[in-house]
Design a protein around this ligand. Structure first.
Ligand SMILES: [Zn+2]
Length: 107
């Protein structure tokens, strides 16, 4: 399996004593932040240091966590739950945590 949960890559390296040892390559830091739900690349998220908070990620709800599409879905679901159109138990399991968070923000 590849991606965030992927295993470290095995590599062989000769030591000064002549033996070959197995070591695990350090995983590279992914250069792009991705959406927590659909793993799409996130726009407006910077990797650079010494920036102010608003320069690092969008100031919208779940900015730097969810993409615009997923954010929209989550907030729409949260509003439905708040208005009593839908129950939290009927929402998608992977969305529930985010819905609960946005319900707190909507109060
Ligand atoms: Zn997304």
């Amino acid at each position: 399996m590849r991606g965030k949960q992927g295993r470290k890559k095995k590599a062989y390296r000769r030591t000064p004593s002549g033996k070959t040892k197995i070591y695990f390559k350090k995983r590279k830091h992914s250069s792009c932040a991705s959406c927590a739900l659909c793993s799409k690349k996130l726009a407006g998220v910077s990797n650079e240091r010494n920036l102010s908070k608003s320069e690092k990620r969008p100031s919208a709800i779940f900015g730097g966590v969810l993409c615009n599409k997923c954010r929209k879905t989550v907030i729409e679901e949260a509003i439905k739950v708040k208005q009593g159109i839908k129950r939290l138990e009927d929402c998608e399991v992977r969305l529930r945590g985010y819905i609960e968070q946005s319900l707190k923000l909507l109060e």
